[in-house]
Design a protein around this ligand. Structure first.
Ligand SMILES: Nc1ncnc2c1ncn2[C@@H]1O[C@H](COP(=O)(O)OP(=O)(O)OP(=O)(O)O)[C@@H](O)[C@H]1O
Length: 244
């Protein structure tokens, strides 16, 4: 059973026409699932619906097989779905420690907070190394890792990542994608939205191409990257060289 599954979801903003028109996507345990598609296809909207920021108009949102559609962000977090929003959300005037511990505000047990802190420090060495620094002094890529660490404090089943490489240089982008893989390997499933579609699909296990508010094509991410038609339409040119 997938950790998270959206089934036939319809969603939109206010009275406007729906953005998602019967969208279905599943995030199995131990996988990175990547959503790609043109600007305005509804990728960020999928994440907002999955984390409870936007209530679906119809359809199911299953967490561990239980339909939790309509629950707000706090309950979705308690259900095990954490959302790392697009852009930078660290508080620059606060330390790395303070920023990370904000992610633990729902945890009552100090021992659990201590264990989780040790865990995220081991997963993200820069978080450990810069623990007492002001977060605003870190580079963009390092700040993204602070956001990842914050989201993992509650030990979510699934983390939703909206454009984690946005605004980062190529080296920082590489590091951030490596950290996404480490999160998966440490036991958190990932639903990833990226402009950097080729790079994201090369990192992901499964890919879904969104178009017109639905999943147009889905499958193993490596197959999608290798598909010449998809490459032409969505990945800006010829398919990647096959991996050795
Ligand atoms: N808060 C909002 N209020 C009204 N309309 C919105 C809002 N957020 C997004 N939309 C609209 O919903 C549609 C899908 O937007 P969304 O951000 O989900 O697309 P996206 O695929 O993530 O796009 P991009 O790749 O450009 O980030 C767009 O037409 C957008 O204008």
């Amino acid at each position: 059973m997938p950790e998270l599954e959206l089934v036939d979801v319809q969603a939109g903003y206010g009275r406007a026409a729906p953005v998602l028109r019967g969208l279905s996507v599943a995030v199995p345990a131990g996988t990175i699932v990547c959503l790609v598609g043109p600007n305005g296809a509804g990728k960020s909207t999928v994440l907002k619906v999955a984390s409870g920021l936007l209530a679906p108009r119809a359809g199911k949102i299953l967490v561990g097989g239980v339909d939790v559609a309509g629950q707000g962000p706090q309950r979705m977090l308690a259900n095990g779905v954490a959302h790392v929003l697009q852009g930078h959300s660290v508080f620059p005037e606060m330390t790395v420690a303070e920023n990370v511990l904000l992610g633990a505000y729902t945890l009552k047990d100090k021992a659990v907070v201590g264990d989780r802190t040790e865990f995220v420090k081991s997963l993200f060495p820069v978080v450990a190394d810069r623990w007492t620094s002001l977060a605003g002094l870190l580079s963009g890529g390092q700040q993204k890792q602070v956001e990842f660490a914050r989201s993992l404090m509650v030990d979510p089943k699934v983390v939703l990542l909206d454009e984690p490489s946005m605004g980062l240089d190529p080296k920082a982008t590489t590091t951030v994608f490596e950290q996404v893989v480490r999160m998966r390997d440490a036991g958190t499933a990932v639903l990833l939205v990226e402009q950097n579609a080729r790079r994201a699909l090369e990192t992901a296990d499964l890919g879904c191409v969104l178009d017109l508010g639905r999943v147009h094509i889905s499958g193993p991410a490596a197959q999608l990257v290798a598909d010449p038609q998809l490459a032409e339409l969505y990945l800006g040119g010829r398919p990647a060289e096959p991996r050795p």
